[in-house]
Design a protein around this ligand. Sequence first.
Ligand code: NAP
Length: 330
Amino acid sequence: MNKVNIAIVGATGMVGTTFIKVLEERQFPIENIYFFASAKSKGQKISFMGAEYEIEELTESVFDRDIDIALFSAGGDISKKFAPIAKAKGVVVVDNSSFWRMDPDVPLVVPEVNASDVYNHNGIIANPNCSTIQCVVPLKVLDDAYKIKRIVYSTYQAVSGSGMKGIRDLEQGLLGNPPTNYPHPIANNCLPHIDVFMTGGYTKEEMKMIDETRKILGNPTLKVTATAVRVPVMNAHSVSINVEFENAFDLDDAIDMLSKSPGIIVMNDSPANDYPMPLNVSGTDEVYVGRIRRDESLDHGLNLWVVADNIRKGAATNTVQIAELLLQSR
Ligand code: NAP
């Protein structure tokens, strides 16, 4: 496979540093790699595949070199400004921020779900919201089999989802210090508030889950609702999913299908206390599904407990998987 030139934008961040790990682990075929962050990180050293690199400040001119793919994770404002600049210079951007996700011209891709959408890009491909990614992986399998009528999401999201600032608030909160990132203490607490409040009383995180699920599953009118909650867990998001189908289903068949699907690990022996938890899922790349049971209050309803590492499958790993699909098309 031909080697490519890669840029990492936001190389010092929670997601950016994990890009580096995942690229190394998956032996991504790289000829040259460049690391960009803010002015404050300029000149810092970063090691990749045994060599040392210097972080450069992100400016408009950094893309004036031969870069094939840029992996962005420096926030929406940076993606808004710099993704079009990179694109104009022939770079394909895979973006982790929410800025481009709902643009009709930008594919929103989870490789296990809608890999072929990658090839309809116009220079920018979006990586979905972390909680959405882990939900649509099992939901796509079930949608294909039984046709989803309605989804109810309730999330339990780790502080690493807020980047370095979230980790700091939990660590400092456990020492009795006040928060600097969240509006309330996160230590020994739960905050039913992720991202800003929007009209109708929903948060932006909840609306991302609703809108992005519809876009990825290709059903703009799908009934979806969500409550997103930040919990005092360092890493790995959990989601309780209640899903209603149009069609009847056999529970054992549903479990069997999920077990055989790529990217999913079923941990469903509840009597043996076997179910996914952030502590055993953190650091892995798969989506874990457990507590799979009928919702007896509906004709065709199912409850699932879904856990994944939000920094890996929810961000870095999914982004690198998208970049791998791009390589296949070269
Ligand atoms: P983070 O840990 O706070 O890192 C932010 C990164 O952006 C750092 O590398 C920072 O560089 C860089 N940056 C900030 N201002 C910049 C500027 N003016 N120019 C260039 N680089 C700049 O945040 P994160 O958690 O990695 O999240 C990054 C992005 O990924 C966000 O859009 C987030 O929504 C998205 N995302 C995060 C998750 C998650 O679970 N954490 C999941 C999916 C998507 P300096 O160190 O130099 O400031």
